[in-house]
Every structure is written in C-alpha cells, then in structure tokens.
Ligand binder design. Structure first.
Ligand code: 6PG
Length: 518
C-alpha cells in the first residue's frame, strides 16, 4: 500500500469493517474522495479491491492509507474524520491515536453506537483542544451504510456545517409528500431526488441519544413481531409458510416496514442443511449489545414510563436463560396449546368466530403505536432536561427511510407533529387516538387469549397496560400513597385540596385531626 498524497482526500474514515467500508463506498459514490485507515490491513485490502471494481461516475474515490500519520496528512483541512469502530474503549483509543495529529478546526465524527454521555465527554475533550466533534447516529445496517442510512448528527452547529454536504448527500432519501423511501441505488449509482433522512439533531450527545431511543424502539418493534409470530405459531397453529404469507400481506398495508418485510423473507427461508424452515433451526436465545438497556436506564432516570421497550429488553434477557427455562418447563405446567380456548372473541359475543389473524395484526399495530409513544415521550423528556431544542417532527421524518425502524407508519408520526409540534404523547393525536379506539377490542382479545392459553406476550400486554393506564383518570396510586404514609410518614395529597399540599395521618390514631405538612 503506497503512502497517499498529502491533501488528496476530502474526508477520512477510521475503521474499515463492514460499516466503515460500506459508508466509505457510499461517500465515494457521491463524488467525495475519501481516505481510509484500519489497523487491520486485511480490512483495507478488502475495500481497496471492492473500490477497484466500482466505477464512481461523479469523481469520488477511495484512498487507502498504511498508517494514521499519512492518513491524517492526506486529508484536506479542516479535516473531517469519521470513526466507525466498536463503541466504548476502542472509540476512545481511536480518538487518542488521532488527536495529537489533528489541528484546530478539524472535526471528528463518531458514527458508532456510542453512549450519549460518552459523546458529551469526548466532545468536551475535543473542544478543549480546539477540535470540533460530532456524535452521529447511523442506522440502517450494512445495506443502509452502503446505499443510504438514516443519520442523526449531534454537536455544535459549526461542526454540523462542516459535515453537512457529505451527510445530506449520503443519507437515504424519501419522497417528501408520501415519506416513501426512494430505492434502486446500486454501486456507483446513488438515488437522487426526494429529501434526505439526515438533519441536525442538536448539541452535545443529542444525536447519539436519539439513535439510542431509535434502538429501544427497534427492540420493541422486533419483540412485538416475535409475539405476533408466537401467537400465530402456538395458538393459531399456523404453518411457517402461512405466517410468511401473512407478514407479506401485512407489509402491503399500514404495517408496511423494513422489519415486517424481512420477517416474511426469514419465514420463507429454508435451512440449507436440513431443509426445514430456517427459523426452526435457530436457537431461541437472543443477544444484545446494550442500546436497548441504555434506553431503559434513561427512561428510569427520567421517570418516564417506557414499559413496552423495557419488556422487549427483558424478553431478550428471559430468552437467554435457555437452560433454566428448559429445566423449569419440566416442573411448571400450563394450559394446552393450540386448543380452542373459550375466550370471548373481539366482538365480545360468545360463539363468534373472529378472524384471529386480523386480531393479531391489530394487536401488533396498537402495541407499536404505544411503543413509539413511549420512545417519543422519552426523547421529549430528555430534551426538557437538557434543553437540546429537539424537533420531534424532524426526528420522525428522518426515521422514514434508511434506518432499521423505517416504516410507512413514520409518515403518520411526522404528520402528527406537523399538526401539533408540542404534542405531549402520540396517543393524543387524532389519527392514533382513532386507530387505538377502533382496534382495541381485537388487541384485548389477543392478550386475553394468549393469557388463557399460556403463551407469553409481554410487549403486547405491557403496551395494552400502558394504553389503559394513560387513558385512566383514576389509578390505584391513592392506595399506594396511603401505604407510604402509613409505614413511612411519606405524606400524601388530598383529592379535596389543591395539588402540592401534603398531609400526614397519625396512623396509630387515625381519627386524630390530620396535619398538613406544608
Ligand atoms: C441500526 C441498528 C444497529 C445494530 C444494533 C443491534 O440502527 O442500524 O440498530 O445499530 O444492528 O446495534 O443491536 P443489538 O445487537 O443490541 O440487537
């Protein structure tokens, strides 16, 4: 590998694993010359040969660098250097290796799944050295990185101004009016037109925060789909082929989304070794890298109810207890599966034979609405806490294409925030209020039947509990406050007094006059 010429590149990439390689080729597709460096020379060789096989009609290209020093020297100033390396210590080490070689005004862009608080710490350290720093969510997996991801950059505006031409060029694009992703990109031929799925999110770690919540929503989208599959498989006794056809059919309507589409593909797939449905040979023990857990940690810190996303994380934890579950199955009994349980159908009439597949579709859609309501409410709460100035409508609009949760549904959320920018909860928007009102009987029927037949649907159930709690003017927390006052003198507010006035009952003698505490 030759040493690249100084100032020959307009942008640099550190980390040429699959994401870094694909994003580099995407950047080259859009007419930029990008220098690349990876400690692993095999990764650099791989992109170099892929690059040689691609024509970049509008003048972009990839310039490999054998070491960090010549890599940095090859980039025009002010330098824009993207990092796509493993989050955590590897990111810190990459920054430490680069920083002494950079000059004031140069900009580091972390495109990994970094924790937003790490991003704030790294940005402060970079700024103290006169550098600019962007923490950018990059969603869309390998394919998205290559042909158009959804991008969520956070940092100082001047840092955004520096990377904006590249970020807007390489992002996925959607039709402005319908929100439909524009497809058909191929190597050397990116799509054009429409609007890009990239926008300045806000200062500090806000870009990585929004990406984290995207992943929390991704976790619940995936879990909800798994529960629909579980219900169809074990309660409705549907074949894998019928389930594939059902998901494919749902993908033509309001549930149209990347995750539903790939679910249909997966269910159609046969295992090349055994010829059985591929999904039947995959072990039911889920992995995770942590972004879902971080979302829930943040929800707990902010006191935000995000139970559906939390259940999705816990469902992965439960799945990972494979051996323990196998042992428990020998001890604990439950109802027989796939029987015709006597649960009132969605219309409530005994003997009515509802179309259970439609019920599952509605349970999935209503639960999805609740999970997004939780995710957007969480982003709003963090925005209030940090004064980031997030535009949730813009966040919804950049989720419409490129990212893993891209879906027709995101257009509805975009429109909801256009109707009301300060919407406190998605469920209050007329479209979502109407949809949950129309579909809830089917949703309830699925949750009830799953409970009767012993099939766990934690995310469907928790979404329904969230919906029922959120629409309840009176929850049982009056009793809870009384209990707290009883055993710990924690005080309570009264229904017949203004909010904010606290009282305490002298419990050994509750007939004595109550004392106001403030
Ligand atoms: C994306 C994905 C991506 C990655 C997740 C997977 O938006 O492109 O979210 O970031 O696939 O990190 O996370 P788990 O390994 O935790 O499922």
């Amino acid at each position: 590998m030759d040493t690249p010429k100084p100032n020959s590149a307009q942008v640099g990439m550190v980390g040429l694993g699959v994401m870094g390689r694909n994003l580099s080729l995407n950047i080259a597709d859009h007419g930029f010359r990008i220098a690349g460096y990876d400690r692993d020379t095999a990764a650099t060789d791989k992109i170099t040969s892929e690059h040689a096989a691609t024509a970049f009609p509008i003048g972009g290209g990839f310039i490999p660098a054998p070491d960090v020093k010549s890599f940095v020297a090859s980039i025009q100033r002010p330098r824009r250097i993207v990092l796509l390396v493993t989050a955590g210590r590897v990111t810190d080490a990459a920054i430490d290796g680069l920083t002494p070689l950079l000059e004031p005004g140069d900009c580091i862009i972390d495109g990994g799944n970094s924790e937003w608080e790490d991003t704030e710490r790294r940005e402060a350290a970079a700024v103290a050295k006169g550098l600019l720093y962007v923490g950018s969510g990059v969603s869309g997996g390998e394919e998205g990185a290559r042909f158009g991801p959804s991008l969520m950059p956070g940092g100082k505006r001047e840092a955004w101004d520096l990377i904006k031409p590249i970020w807007l060029a390489i992002a996925a694009r959607v039709d402005e009016r319908t929100g439909k992703p524009l497809t058909g990109a191929r190597p050397g031929h990116p799509v054009s037109g429409g609007v890009p799925c990239a926008a300045y999110i806000g200062p500090g770690g806000s870009g990585h925060y929004v990406k984290m919540v995207h992943n929390g929503i991704e976790y619940s989208d995936m879990q909800l789909i798994c529960e629909a599959y579980h219900f169809m498989r074990d309660v409705l006794a549907m074949s894998t082929g019928d389930m594939a056809a059902t998901f494919a059919n749902w993908n033509t309507g309001e549930l149209d989304s990347f995750l539903i589409e790939i679910t249909a593909d997966i269910l159609r797939q046969k295992d090349p070794v055994t010829g059985r449905p591929f999904v039947d040979v995959v072990l039911d023990a889920a992995g995770q890298k942590g972004t879902g857990k971080w979302t829930i940690n943040s929800a707990l810190d902010l006191g935000q109810p995000a139970a559906t996303m939390a259940e999705a994380v816990f469902a992965r934890n439960m799945s990972a207890l494979k051996e323990e579950r196998q042992a428990a199955a020998k001890v604990l009994s439950g109802p027989h599966l796939a029987g015709n349980a006597h649960v009132a159908g969605p219309q409530g009439g005994g003997g009515h034979n509802p179309n259970w597949v439609d019920c599952v579709r509605d349970a999935l859609y209503c639960s999805k609405i609740c999970s997004y309501a939780q995710g957007f409410a969480l982003m709003a709460a963090q925005d209030r806490a940090r004064s980031w100035g997030l535009s949730l409508g813009e966040v919804a609009s950049i989720f419409r294409g490129g990212c893993i949760i891209r879906a027709r549904f995101l257009q509805k959320i975009t429109e909801a925030f256009e109707r009301r920018t300060d919407l406190p909860n998605l469920l209050l928007d007329p479209y979502f209020a109407g949809t949950t009102s129309d579909r809830q009987q089917n949703w309830r029927a699925v949750v009830a039947r799953a409970a009767v037949q012993g099939v766990p649907v934690p995310a469907f159930g928790s979404a329904l509990a969230y919906f029922d709690s959120y629409r309840s003017p009176r929850l049982p927390a009056n009793l809870l406050q009384a209990q707290r006052d009883y055993f710990g003198s924690h005080t309570y507010e009264r229904t017949d007094q203004p909010r904010g006035k606290f009282f305490h009952v002298d419990w050994p003698d509750p007939k004595r006059p109550q004392s106001a505490v403030n």
